[in-house]
Design a protein around this ligand. Structure first.
Ligand SMILES: Nc1ncnc2c1ncn2[C@@H]1O[C@H](COP(=O)(O)OP(=O)(O)OP(=O)(O)O)[C@@H](O)[C@H]1O
Ligand SMILES: [Mg+2]
Ligand SMILES: [Zn+2]
Length: 439
Protein backbone atom coordinates (compact mmCIF):
# COMPACT_ATOMS: atom_id res chain seq x y z
CA UNK A 1 0.00 0.00 0.00
CA UNK A 2 2.80 2.35 0.86
CA UNK A 3 6.52 2.36 0.43
CA UNK A 4 7.11 0.90 3.87
CA UNK A 5 6.65 -2.63 2.61
CA UNK A 6 9.80 -2.34 0.49
CA UNK A 7 12.03 -2.06 3.59
CA UNK A 8 12.11 -5.79 4.35
CA UNK A 9 13.13 -7.36 7.70
CA UNK A 10 16.38 -8.36 9.39
CA UNK A 11 17.14 -11.64 11.20
CA UNK A 12 15.36 -11.57 14.54
CA UNK A 13 18.21 -12.84 16.65
CA UNK A 14 20.33 -9.68 16.13
CA UNK A 15 17.46 -7.21 16.67
CA UNK A 16 16.63 -5.29 19.82
CA UNK A 17 13.14 -5.56 21.39
CA UNK A 18 12.01 -2.32 19.81
CA UNK A 19 13.20 -3.46 16.46
CA UNK A 20 11.44 -6.78 16.88
CA UNK A 21 8.20 -5.00 17.73
CA UNK A 22 8.61 -2.72 14.73
CA UNK A 23 9.40 -5.65 12.52
CA UNK A 24 6.30 -7.55 13.58
CA UNK A 25 4.21 -4.43 13.15
CA UNK A 26 5.67 -4.01 9.69
CA UNK A 27 4.90 -7.65 8.87
CA UNK A 28 1.35 -7.31 10.12
CA UNK A 29 1.00 -4.14 8.08
CA UNK A 30 2.44 -5.88 5.02
CA UNK A 31 0.05 -8.80 5.42
CA UNK A 32 -2.89 -6.50 5.90
CA UNK A 33 -1.96 -4.38 2.86
CA UNK A 34 -1.53 -7.47 0.70
CA UNK A 35 -4.95 -8.66 1.79
CA UNK A 36 -6.54 -5.29 1.06
CA UNK A 37 -4.77 -5.14 -2.33
CA UNK A 38 -6.20 -8.54 -3.22
CA UNK A 39 -9.77 -7.34 -2.73
CA UNK A 40 -11.73 -6.57 -5.92
CA UNK A 41 -13.12 -3.28 -4.55
CA UNK A 42 -11.32 0.03 -4.43
CA UNK A 43 -10.72 0.85 -0.77
CA UNK A 44 -9.34 4.14 0.44
CA UNK A 45 -8.91 6.05 3.67
CA UNK A 46 -9.90 9.72 3.65
CA UNK A 47 -8.57 12.41 5.94
CA UNK A 48 -10.69 15.11 7.53
CA UNK A 49 -10.37 17.26 4.38
CA UNK A 50 -11.67 14.38 2.24
CA UNK A 51 -8.27 13.63 0.70
CA UNK A 52 -7.10 10.11 0.00
CA UNK A 53 -4.55 9.07 2.61
CA UNK A 54 -4.26 5.42 1.68
CA UNK A 55 -5.66 3.36 -1.15
CA UNK A 56 -5.27 -0.22 -2.38
CA UNK A 57 -3.83 -1.33 -5.70
CA UNK A 58 -7.22 -1.47 -7.36
CA UNK A 59 -6.52 2.13 -8.55
CA UNK A 60 -3.82 0.64 -10.76
CA UNK A 61 -6.00 -2.20 -11.97
CA UNK A 62 -8.65 0.38 -12.89
CA UNK A 63 -5.99 2.49 -14.67
CA UNK A 64 -6.56 5.51 -12.44
CA UNK A 65 -2.81 6.08 -11.98
CA UNK A 66 -0.15 4.80 -9.56
CA UNK A 67 -0.81 4.83 -5.83
CA UNK A 68 1.75 7.58 -5.16
CA UNK A 69 0.13 9.78 -7.82
CA UNK A 70 -3.35 9.55 -6.44
CA UNK A 71 -2.57 10.05 -2.77
CA UNK A 72 -3.65 13.48 -1.57
CA UNK A 73 -6.44 13.87 -4.12
CA UNK A 74 -10.08 13.86 -3.14
CA UNK A 75 -12.14 10.80 -4.04
CA UNK A 76 -13.82 12.52 -6.97
CA UNK A 77 -10.43 13.64 -8.36
CA UNK A 78 -9.11 10.11 -7.93
CA UNK A 79 -11.98 8.55 -9.85
CA UNK A 80 -12.49 11.35 -12.40
CA UNK A 81 -8.99 12.47 -13.27
CA UNK A 82 -9.83 15.43 -15.46
CA UNK A 83 -13.49 15.98 -14.74
CA UNK A 84 -14.57 19.46 -15.68
CA UNK A 85 -18.25 18.86 -15.54
CA UNK A 86 -20.09 21.41 -13.42
CA UNK A 87 -22.93 19.02 -12.68
CA UNK A 88 -21.00 15.76 -12.20
CA UNK A 89 -23.34 13.24 -10.66
CA UNK A 90 -20.51 11.32 -9.00
CA UNK A 91 -19.09 14.49 -7.49
CA UNK A 92 -22.47 15.56 -6.10
CA UNK A 93 -23.13 12.14 -4.68
CA UNK A 94 -19.67 11.95 -3.06
CA UNK A 95 -20.04 15.40 -1.50
CA UNK A 96 -23.39 14.48 -0.08
CA UNK A 97 -21.98 11.18 1.27
CA UNK A 98 -19.01 13.01 2.78
CA UNK A 99 -21.16 15.47 4.63
CA UNK A 100 -23.28 12.58 5.88
CA UNK A 101 -20.11 10.81 7.05
CA UNK A 102 -19.13 13.94 8.91
CA UNK A 103 -22.25 13.63 10.97
CA UNK A 104 -21.41 9.98 11.63
CA UNK A 105 -23.71 8.39 9.04
CA UNK A 106 -22.80 5.55 6.74
CA UNK A 107 -23.88 6.42 3.19
CA UNK A 108 -24.20 4.05 0.23
CA UNK A 109 -25.15 4.84 -3.33
CA UNK A 110 -24.98 3.31 -6.76
CA UNK A 111 -24.56 5.03 -10.11
CA UNK A 112 -23.70 4.35 -13.71
CA UNK A 113 -20.56 6.34 -14.43
CA UNK A 114 -20.05 7.22 -18.07
CA UNK A 115 -16.52 8.54 -17.65
CA UNK A 116 -15.26 5.31 -16.05
CA UNK A 117 -17.53 3.16 -18.16
CA UNK A 118 -18.48 1.29 -14.98
CA UNK A 119 -21.38 0.99 -12.62
CA UNK A 120 -20.17 1.86 -9.11
CA UNK A 121 -21.44 1.04 -5.69
CA UNK A 122 -19.93 3.50 -3.22
CA UNK A 123 -19.98 3.19 0.55
CA UNK A 124 -18.60 5.92 2.74
CA UNK A 125 -18.19 4.80 6.30
CA UNK A 126 -17.02 7.28 8.97
CA UNK A 127 -14.12 6.05 11.13
CA UNK A 128 -15.37 5.53 14.63
CA UNK A 129 -12.58 6.11 17.15
CA UNK A 130 -11.42 2.78 18.60
CA UNK A 131 -8.68 4.33 20.69
CA UNK A 132 -6.06 6.97 20.72
CA UNK A 133 -4.53 5.70 17.51
CA UNK A 134 -7.54 6.53 15.28
CA UNK A 135 -7.67 10.06 16.63
CA UNK A 136 -3.97 10.50 16.08
CA UNK A 137 -3.98 9.47 12.38
CA UNK A 138 -6.53 12.05 11.22
CA UNK A 139 -8.46 9.30 9.43
CA UNK A 140 -11.95 10.53 8.74
CA UNK A 141 -13.67 7.84 6.66
CA UNK A 142 -13.24 4.64 4.69
CA UNK A 143 -14.44 4.66 1.11
CA UNK A 144 -15.32 1.37 -0.56
CA UNK A 145 -15.97 1.63 -4.29
CA UNK A 146 -17.17 -1.61 -5.88
CA UNK A 147 -17.46 -2.24 -9.59
CA UNK A 148 -20.99 -3.53 -10.01
CA UNK A 149 -21.07 -3.24 -13.83
CA UNK A 150 -21.70 -6.97 -14.29
CA UNK A 151 -24.53 -6.82 -11.78
CA UNK A 152 -26.04 -3.80 -13.54
CA UNK A 153 -25.75 -5.44 -16.93
CA UNK A 154 -27.31 -8.63 -15.61
CA UNK A 155 -30.08 -6.61 -13.99
CA UNK A 156 -30.69 -4.74 -17.23
CA UNK A 157 -30.71 -7.96 -19.23
CA UNK A 158 -33.18 -9.37 -16.73
CA UNK A 159 -35.35 -6.28 -17.08
CA UNK A 160 -35.21 -6.51 -20.86
CA UNK A 161 -36.05 -10.19 -20.66
CA UNK A 162 -38.95 -9.52 -18.32
CA UNK A 163 -40.24 -6.76 -20.55
CA UNK A 164 -40.05 -9.00 -23.59
CA UNK A 165 -41.72 -11.83 -21.74
CA UNK A 166 -44.49 -9.52 -20.59
CA UNK A 167 -44.94 -8.24 -24.12
CA UNK A 168 -45.15 -11.80 -25.46
CA UNK A 169 -47.64 -12.76 -22.80
CA UNK A 170 -49.66 -9.67 -23.66
CA UNK A 171 -49.54 -10.52 -27.39
CA UNK A 172 -50.50 -14.13 -26.73
CA UNK A 173 -53.29 -13.05 -24.41
CA UNK A 174 -54.58 -10.71 -27.10
CA UNK A 175 -54.40 -13.50 -29.67
CA UNK A 176 -56.25 -15.84 -27.35
CA UNK A 177 -58.86 -13.21 -26.64
CA UNK A 178 -59.32 -12.72 -30.40
CA UNK A 179 -59.60 -16.48 -30.96
CA UNK A 180 -62.02 -16.72 -28.08
CA UNK A 181 -64.12 -13.92 -29.51
CA UNK A 182 -64.15 -15.62 -32.92
CA UNK A 183 -65.13 -18.88 -31.28
CA UNK A 184 -67.92 -17.21 -29.34
CA UNK A 185 -69.18 -15.60 -32.55
CA UNK A 186 -69.03 -18.93 -34.34
CA UNK A 187 -70.91 -20.63 -31.51
CA UNK A 188 -73.54 -17.93 -31.60
CA UNK A 189 -73.80 -18.15 -35.38
CA UNK A 190 -74.22 -21.90 -35.22
CA UNK A 191 -76.74 -21.70 -32.43
CA UNK A 192 -78.75 -19.22 -34.49
CA UNK A 193 -78.52 -21.46 -37.58
CA UNK A 194 -79.52 -24.48 -35.51
CA UNK A 195 -82.46 -22.61 -34.08
CA UNK A 196 -83.56 -21.51 -37.55
CA UNK A 197 -83.23 -25.09 -38.76
CA UNK A 198 -85.20 -26.41 -35.80
CA UNK A 199 -87.87 -23.80 -36.42
CA UNK A 200 -88.20 -24.65 -40.10
CA UNK A 201 -88.20 -28.38 -39.29
CA UNK A 202 -90.97 -27.80 -36.78
CA UNK A 203 -92.90 -25.78 -39.33
CA UNK A 204 -92.40 -28.53 -41.89
CA UNK A 205 -93.56 -31.16 -39.43
CA UNK A 206 -96.58 -29.09 -38.56
CA UNK A 207 -97.41 -28.67 -42.24
CA UNK A 208 -97.01 -32.40 -42.83
CA UNK A 209 -99.20 -33.17 -39.86
CA UNK A 210 -101.81 -30.71 -41.07
CA UNK A 211 -101.66 -32.18 -44.54
CA UNK A 212 -102.15 -35.70 -43.23
CA UNK A 213 -104.96 -34.58 -40.97
CA UNK A 214 -106.65 -32.77 -43.86
CA UNK A 215 -106.25 -35.86 -46.04
CA UNK A 216 -107.70 -38.10 -43.37
CA UNK A 217 -110.62 -35.74 -42.82
CA UNK A 218 -111.24 -35.55 -46.55
CA UNK A 219 -111.18 -39.34 -46.79
CA UNK A 220 -113.57 -39.60 -43.89
CA UNK A 221 -115.89 -37.07 -45.54
CA UNK A 222 -115.83 -38.86 -48.93
CA UNK A 223 -116.33 -42.24 -47.27
CA UNK A 224 -119.32 -40.88 -45.38
CA UNK A 225 -120.76 -39.25 -48.51
CA UNK A 226 -120.35 -42.48 -50.46
CA UNK A 227 -122.04 -44.45 -47.70
CA UNK A 228 -124.71 -42.02 -46.58
CA UNK A 229 -125.62 -40.32 -49.84
CA UNK A 230 -124.71 -42.44 -52.88
CA UNK A 231 -125.05 -45.71 -50.97
CA UNK A 232 -128.45 -44.80 -49.45
CA UNK A 233 -129.83 -43.63 -52.79
CA UNK A 234 -128.64 -46.78 -54.55
CA UNK A 235 -130.17 -48.83 -51.75
CA UNK A 236 -133.43 -46.96 -52.19
CA UNK A 237 -133.39 -47.62 -55.94
CA UNK A 238 -132.65 -51.28 -55.31
CA UNK A 239 -135.46 -51.45 -52.79
CA UNK A 240 -137.88 -49.85 -55.34
CA UNK A 241 -136.87 -52.29 -58.05
CA UNK A 242 -137.38 -55.21 -55.67
CA UNK A 243 -140.84 -53.83 -54.75
CA UNK A 244 -141.75 -53.59 -58.46
CA UNK A 245 -140.50 -57.10 -59.03
CA UNK A 246 -142.60 -58.38 -56.15
CA UNK A 247 -145.74 -56.46 -57.20
CA UNK A 248 -145.61 -57.50 -60.85
CA UNK A 249 -144.36 -60.99 -60.19
CA UNK A 250 -147.21 -62.88 -61.93
CA UNK A 251 -147.84 -60.40 -64.70
CA UNK A 252 -144.31 -59.72 -65.85
CA UNK A 253 -142.96 -61.84 -68.73
CA UNK A 254 -139.96 -64.02 -67.90
CA UNK A 255 -137.51 -62.09 -70.14
CA UNK A 256 -138.29 -58.75 -68.45
CA UNK A 257 -138.11 -60.37 -65.05
CA UNK A 258 -134.63 -61.59 -65.87
CA UNK A 259 -133.63 -58.02 -66.83
CA UNK A 260 -135.04 -56.72 -63.54
CA UNK A 261 -133.22 -59.44 -61.58
CA UNK A 262 -129.93 -58.58 -63.27
CA UNK A 263 -130.46 -54.89 -62.47
CA UNK A 264 -131.08 -55.70 -58.81
CA UNK A 265 -128.05 -58.02 -58.63
CA UNK A 266 -125.92 -55.41 -60.42
CA UNK A 267 -127.04 -52.79 -57.96
CA UNK A 268 -126.16 -55.15 -55.11
CA UNK A 269 -122.63 -55.56 -56.54
CA UNK A 270 -122.22 -51.81 -56.93
CA UNK A 271 -123.32 -51.33 -53.33
CA UNK A 272 -120.77 -53.92 -52.18
CA UNK A 273 -118.04 -52.23 -54.17
CA UNK A 274 -119.02 -48.85 -52.86
CA UNK A 275 -118.87 -50.18 -49.33
CA UNK A 276 -115.38 -51.55 -50.00
CA UNK A 277 -114.17 -48.27 -51.43
CA UNK A 278 -115.62 -46.29 -48.55
CA UNK A 279 -114.08 -48.66 -46.02
CA UNK A 280 -110.68 -48.42 -47.66
CA UNK A 281 -110.81 -44.67 -47.75
CA UNK A 282 -111.34 -44.62 -44.03
CA UNK A 283 -113.13 -47.46 -42.31
CA UNK A 284 -115.79 -46.28 -39.90
CA UNK A 285 -114.56 -48.96 -37.49
CA UNK A 286 -111.34 -46.97 -37.02
CA UNK A 287 -113.24 -43.98 -35.66
CA UNK A 288 -116.06 -45.93 -34.05
CA UNK A 289 -114.09 -48.70 -32.30
CA UNK A 290 -110.34 -48.11 -32.65
CA UNK A 291 -107.13 -49.15 -34.37
CA UNK A 292 -107.01 -52.75 -33.11
CA UNK A 293 -110.47 -53.46 -34.52
CA UNK A 294 -109.65 -51.62 -37.73
CA UNK A 295 -106.48 -53.69 -38.21
CA UNK A 296 -108.37 -56.92 -37.65
CA UNK A 297 -111.08 -55.81 -40.03
CA UNK A 298 -108.54 -54.89 -42.69
CA UNK A 299 -106.79 -58.25 -42.32
CA UNK A 300 -110.10 -60.02 -42.96
CA UNK A 301 -110.83 -57.86 -45.99
CA UNK A 302 -107.30 -58.42 -47.29
CA UNK A 303 -107.54 -62.20 -46.83
CA UNK A 304 -110.78 -62.18 -48.81
CA UNK A 305 -109.23 -60.12 -51.60
CA UNK A 306 -106.12 -62.33 -51.81
CA UNK A 307 -107.24 -65.86 -51.05
CA UNK A 308 -103.96 -67.34 -52.42
CA UNK A 309 -101.99 -65.51 -49.74
CA UNK A 310 -102.10 -67.09 -46.32
CA UNK A 311 -102.48 -64.35 -43.73
CA UNK A 312 -101.80 -64.83 -40.05
CA UNK A 313 -102.95 -62.09 -37.75
CA UNK A 314 -101.89 -61.58 -34.14
CA UNK A 315 -103.44 -58.49 -32.67
CA UNK A 316 -102.75 -58.80 -28.97
CA UNK A 317 -103.95 -55.35 -28.03
CA UNK A 318 -107.36 -53.92 -27.32
CA UNK A 319 -108.62 -50.76 -28.97
CA UNK A 320 -108.00 -48.78 -25.76
CA UNK A 321 -104.38 -49.91 -25.70
CA UNK A 322 -103.60 -47.93 -28.84
CA UNK A 323 -103.44 -44.22 -28.01
CA UNK A 324 -105.85 -42.23 -30.15
CA UNK A 325 -103.05 -40.15 -31.66
CA UNK A 326 -101.53 -43.35 -33.14
CA UNK A 327 -104.73 -44.92 -34.46
CA UNK A 328 -104.54 -43.60 -38.00
CA UNK A 329 -100.77 -44.19 -38.26
CA UNK A 330 -101.14 -47.83 -37.17
CA UNK A 331 -104.00 -48.48 -39.57
CA UNK A 332 -102.41 -46.74 -42.58
CA UNK A 333 -99.14 -48.60 -41.96
CA UNK A 334 -100.87 -52.00 -41.98
CA UNK A 335 -102.72 -50.98 -45.13
CA UNK A 336 -99.55 -49.91 -46.95
CA UNK A 337 -97.44 -52.86 -45.80
CA UNK A 338 -100.05 -55.46 -46.72
CA UNK A 339 -100.70 -53.82 -50.09
CA UNK A 340 -96.93 -53.88 -50.72
CA UNK A 341 -96.82 -57.59 -49.87
CA UNK A 342 -99.63 -58.21 -52.34
CA UNK A 343 -98.04 -56.05 -55.04
CA UNK A 344 -94.32 -56.85 -54.75
CA UNK A 345 -93.48 -59.87 -52.60
CA UNK A 346 -94.88 -62.92 -54.44
CA UNK A 347 -95.16 -64.33 -50.91
CA UNK A 348 -97.21 -67.34 -49.83
CA UNK A 349 -97.46 -66.29 -46.25
CA UNK A 350 -97.75 -62.99 -44.44
CA UNK A 351 -97.93 -62.33 -40.72
CA UNK A 352 -99.32 -59.21 -39.09
CA UNK A 353 -98.72 -58.55 -35.43
CA UNK A 354 -99.70 -55.63 -33.23
CA UNK A 355 -98.48 -55.89 -29.66
CA UNK A 356 -97.75 -53.76 -26.66
CA UNK A 357 -95.03 -53.90 -24.01
CA UNK A 358 -95.83 -51.43 -21.22
CA UNK A 359 -94.22 -48.36 -22.75
CA UNK A 360 -94.15 -49.32 -26.40
CA UNK A 361 -96.43 -50.38 -29.20
CA UNK A 362 -95.00 -52.62 -31.92
CA UNK A 363 -96.39 -53.34 -35.36
CA UNK A 364 -94.75 -56.04 -37.49
CA UNK A 365 -95.52 -57.32 -40.96
CA UNK A 366 -93.39 -60.24 -42.18
CA UNK A 367 -93.68 -62.09 -45.45
CA UNK A 368 -91.84 -65.01 -47.06
CA UNK A 369 -91.60 -63.43 -50.51
CA UNK A 370 -88.73 -62.35 -52.75
CA UNK A 371 -87.33 -59.82 -50.26
CA UNK A 372 -85.90 -56.39 -50.91
CA UNK A 373 -82.74 -57.43 -52.78
CA UNK A 374 -79.12 -56.87 -51.77
CA UNK A 375 -79.10 -53.18 -52.55
CA UNK A 376 -80.26 -51.40 -49.43
CA UNK A 377 -81.84 -48.76 -51.59
CA UNK A 378 -82.86 -50.29 -54.91
CA UNK A 379 -84.25 -47.89 -57.52
CA UNK A 380 -87.69 -49.30 -56.96
CA UNK A 381 -87.50 -48.37 -53.25
CA UNK A 382 -86.96 -44.80 -54.27
CA UNK A 383 -89.69 -44.62 -56.87
CA UNK A 384 -92.79 -45.34 -54.76
CA UNK A 385 -94.27 -43.05 -52.14
CA UNK A 386 -95.73 -45.68 -49.83
CA UNK A 387 -92.65 -46.52 -47.75
CA UNK A 388 -91.58 -42.88 -47.72
CA UNK A 389 -94.94 -41.73 -46.39
CA UNK A 390 -95.02 -44.55 -43.90
CA UNK A 391 -91.61 -43.64 -42.51
CA UNK A 392 -92.55 -39.99 -42.31
CA UNK A 393 -95.79 -40.74 -40.55
CA UNK A 394 -93.99 -43.05 -38.09
CA UNK A 395 -91.37 -40.43 -37.28
CA UNK A 396 -93.97 -37.74 -36.88
CA UNK A 397 -95.77 -39.83 -34.30
CA UNK A 398 -92.54 -40.65 -32.47
CA UNK A 399 -92.15 -44.11 -33.98
CA UNK A 400 -89.16 -45.86 -35.47
CA UNK A 401 -89.55 -47.69 -38.77
CA UNK A 402 -87.25 -50.41 -40.08
CA UNK A 403 -87.58 -52.45 -43.22
CA UNK A 404 -85.25 -55.32 -43.94
CA UNK A 405 -84.92 -58.60 -45.74
CA UNK A 406 -84.58 -61.96 -44.04
CA UNK A 407 -81.12 -63.35 -43.26
CA UNK A 408 -80.79 -65.15 -46.58
CA UNK A 409 -82.21 -62.19 -48.47
CA UNK A 410 -85.56 -63.92 -48.65
CA UNK A 411 -88.75 -62.42 -47.27
CA UNK A 412 -89.21 -58.94 -45.87
CA UNK A 413 -89.55 -57.73 -42.36
CA UNK A 414 -91.20 -54.42 -41.54
CA UNK A 415 -91.37 -53.13 -38.00
CA UNK A 416 -92.57 -49.92 -36.41
CA UNK A 417 -92.00 -49.27 -32.75
CA UNK A 418 -93.66 -46.38 -30.96
CA UNK A 419 -92.50 -45.25 -27.55
CA UNK A 420 -95.48 -44.32 -25.46
CA UNK A 421 -95.53 -41.33 -23.13
CA UNK A 422 -95.86 -42.02 -19.40
CA UNK A 423 -99.57 -41.16 -19.43
CA UNK A 424 -100.11 -43.63 -22.28
CA UNK A 425 -98.06 -46.38 -20.64
CA UNK A 426 -100.70 -48.33 -18.82
CA UNK A 427 -99.92 -51.97 -18.37
CA UNK A 428 -101.80 -53.89 -20.99
CA UNK A 429 -104.04 -56.59 -19.54
CA UNK A 430 -105.59 -57.56 -22.84
CA UNK A 431 -105.66 -61.17 -23.93
CA UNK A 432 -102.46 -62.75 -25.25
CA UNK A 433 -103.63 -63.47 -28.75
CA UNK A 434 -102.12 -66.45 -30.53
CA UNK A 435 -101.37 -66.40 -34.21
CA UNK A 436 -104.53 -67.14 -36.07
CA UNK A 437 -105.46 -67.27 -39.68
CA UNK A 438 -107.65 -64.43 -40.86
CA UNK A 439 -110.44 -65.83 -42.92
N1 LIG B 1 -92.94 -56.78 -49.09
C1 LIG B 1 -92.13 -56.46 -50.09
N2 LIG B 1 -91.47 -57.41 -50.77
C2 LIG B 1 -90.65 -57.09 -51.80
N3 LIG B 1 -90.39 -55.81 -52.18
C3 LIG B 1 -91.03 -54.81 -51.56
C4 LIG B 1 -91.91 -55.07 -50.47
N4 LIG B 1 -92.38 -53.87 -50.00
C5 LIG B 1 -91.82 -52.93 -50.80
N5 LIG B 1 -91.01 -53.48 -51.72
C6 LIG B 1 -90.21 -52.81 -52.72
O1 LIG B 1 -90.06 -51.48 -52.29
C7 LIG B 1 -90.52 -50.59 -53.28
C8 LIG B 1 -91.06 -49.34 -52.63
O2 LIG B 1 -92.28 -49.55 -51.98
P1 LIG B 1 -93.27 -48.35 -51.85
O3 LIG B 1 -94.43 -48.82 -51.08
O4 LIG B 1 -92.53 -47.19 -51.35
O5 LIG B 1 -93.65 -48.04 -53.34
P2 LIG B 1 -94.69 -48.77 -54.28
O6 LIG B 1 -95.47 -49.74 -53.51
O7 LIG B 1 -93.94 -49.28 -55.43
O8 LIG B 1 -95.59 -47.57 -54.72
P3 LIG B 1 -96.73 -46.83 -53.85
O9 LIG B 1 -96.66 -47.40 -52.47
O10 LIG B 1 -96.36 -45.41 -53.90
O11 LIG B 1 -98.00 -47.14 -54.50
C9 LIG B 1 -91.50 -51.38 -54.05
O12 LIG B 1 -91.65 -50.89 -55.35
C10 LIG B 1 -90.87 -52.75 -54.05
O13 LIG B 1 -89.90 -52.84 -55.02
MG1 LIG C 1 -96.45 -49.28 -51.68
ZN1 LIG D 1 -16.63 14.17 -12.19
Amino acid sequence: MTTERERGTQPTDVLSDTQRVRASIARAKFEWETTVDALPDLIGLLDSAGRVMRVNRVVERWNLGSITNVLGRDLHGLLHDECAAEACALKAALESAESAARSGEVREFELRDAMLGRALSVTLRPMTSVGEEAVGTDCFAVAIVADVTALHLAREALHALNAELEMRVRLRTDELADANRDLQNEIMRRAAAEQALRRSRNELELLSRQQIATQENERKRIARELHDSVGQQLSAIKYSLERIELALEARIPEAQRQVLRRAVTGLQDVLEELRGIAMNLRPAVLDDLGAASAVSWFCREFAQSYPALQLQEAVSVRDVDVPERLGTAVFRSVQELLNNVAKHSQAHKVMVSLSRRVDRLVLEVNDDGVGLGRNPSPPALRSGRGIHNLRERAEMTGGQFTLSSGDSGVGSHARIEWHLAAAESTKPDGPEVAWRAAD
